[in-house]
Design a binder for this molecule. Structure first.
Ligand SMILES: Cc1cc2nc3c(=O)[nH]c(=O)nc-3n(C[C@H](O)[C@H](O)[C@H](O)COP(=O)(O)OP(=O)(O)OC[C@H]3O[C@@H](n4cnc5c(N)ncnc54)[C@H](O)[C@@H]3O)c2cc1C
Length: 388
């Protein structure tokens, strides 16, 4: 019986250039051969797959948005394809790639001084230094403009005070980009993890994003030299520049997770016999598989067009919001349908679906919740803000 188990129903591959296909296939092989066989164990133990960092560097996946400094700038299209493939394996692994590239290396490159670029970017390109992006706080997540973390100017630098929460890579990062208010204005600071007054505490007992080390950061009279202020990182506008890149990565990674769930469910449906027949032969199961493939295909097309628009510098932040909102929401529905098709086995780690489902719960909150993206789109469509 021919159950369709590929996940490119509209042959979107035909729209990709040879160079894009080549990169996608290289990352796909890396994921299939080196990541998928081990990721379940890291997830179960809630440990960071540190061995994969050097492999990501060897594949030239760090420095995706930068020229020079050891980086390997890639198009947005390629960035999205890499996110999709890594997301097919694990959202935490995708986060390692997108945080390092979009939220740490990009702001250092775009807003940093020459010294800051030269000091940090080559080491980050090689994977020797992992960074983190510290924006959210215990009381300010969806509304970062309200942040309570402050920076105070001294003769020789700044002292930072505050708490940051839910920071991906927080416990493994050698440097954090900390966003704080300096005389009421949001600015970005490079804070080395070894700085006195800086502490990263792992957030334990997470049921999602288990391969990604999430931390609370405390800054207590944490003094950084003058040269650690990112000179051109000013206000929410700079933050949004980084976050838009990361949101696109999330939109693509979620499709990867959905593709993985579909593949497992479709293969299982073909093999599993109930009432003496393969469950793939039942109309209700077919309905689910069709709905899964239809939403995956629509999301793939959304990502494809968005990637091209971003490369042409034409994509709006609201268009990025639509992809994040739609793709994560649909990926969650697809993961749930896949879990259902697997019956009881769907809750076992062996099939990976439950892992994706748990991760997607976190993915729906980070980089802006469903509500926040709906409000962004609502404002874009009506011209009226409904945020408060
Ligand atoms: C695994 C993980 C990794 C993360 N990594 C990072 C990171 O690396 N760096 C970083 O800075 N942050 C990170 N975050 C934080 C993430 O960005 C925030 O969790 C997110 O912005 C939501 O903030 P919150 O959790 O405080 O929820 P809240 O802002 O408290 O929202 C709670 C609920 O209220 C709703 N809500 C809020 N305002 C409105 C409104 N105006 N109208 C309607 N509904 C509203 C939200 O949609 C949500 O449903 C991470 C989070 C997770 C879970």
């Amino acid at each position: 019986m021919g159950v369709y188990v590929d996940v490119d129903y509209y042959q979107i591959d035909e729209l990709l250039t040879e160079e894009e296909l080549d990169l996608r296939n290289r990352v796909r092989r890396f994921v299939d051969d080196e990541c998928l066989p081990v990721i379940g164990s890291y997830f179960e133990k809630a440990t960071f797959p540190s061995k994969l960092v050097s492999r990501l560097a060897e594949l030239h996946l760090f420095g995706a948005h930068i020229d020079g400094y050891g980086g390997h700038r890639m198009s947005h299209m390629n960035y999205g394809l890499v996110c999709q493939e890594l997301g097919r394996c694990d959202s935490g692994l995708r986060a390692l790639f997108s945080v390092q590239n979009s939220l740490v290396m990009y702001p250092i490159y775009a807003f940093g001084s020459q010294e800051q670029r030269e000091h940090w970017l080559p080491k980050m390109s090689q994977g020797d230094v992992i960074g983190c992006f510290a924006l959210s706080e215990p009381e300010f997540g969806s509304n970062p403009a309200g942040m309570a973390t402050t920076a105070e100017k001294h003769a020789d630098g700044y002292s930072l005070n505050g708490t940051k929460m839910w920071i991906s890579n927080g416990t493994i990062a050698k440097v954090a980009i900390v966003w704080a208010k300096l005389e009421g204005e949001i600015r970005g600071f490079l804070v080395e993890a070894r700085t006195a007054g800086f502490r990263a505490t792992a957030i334990q007992r997470k049921f999602a994003y288990r391969t990604s080390p999430t931390a609370a950061l405390t800054l207590k009279n944490c003094r950084v030299p003058e040269g650690n202020l990112l000179p051109r990182a000013v206000g929410l506008r700079s933050i949004l520049e980084c976050i838009n890149l990361a949101r696109y990565g999330v939109a693509c990674g979620a499709v990867g997770s959905a593709m993985a769930c579909y593949q497992v469910a479709a293969a299982f449906a073909r093999k599993r016999e109930v009432f003496d027949k393969s469950i793939a032969s039942y109309q209700l199961v077919q309905d689910r598989l069709v709905r899964m493939m239809m939403e995956i295909t629509k999301a793939q097309l959304l990502n494809y067009h968005l990637g091209r628009r971003m490369d042409d510098v034409k994509a709006s932040h609201a268009q990025i919001s639509m992809a994040k909102l739609n793709n994560v929401r649909e990926a969650m529905t697809i993961a749930r349908m896949a879990r259902d098709i697997l019956g009881a086995r769907g809750i076992l780690a062996d099939h990976h679906v439950i892992r994706h489902l748990c991760d997607l719960e976190a993915v729906s909150t980070l980089e802006g919740t469903e509500n926040i993206h709906t409000l962004i789109l609502g404002k874009d469509l009506t011209g009226v803000s409904a945020f408060w």
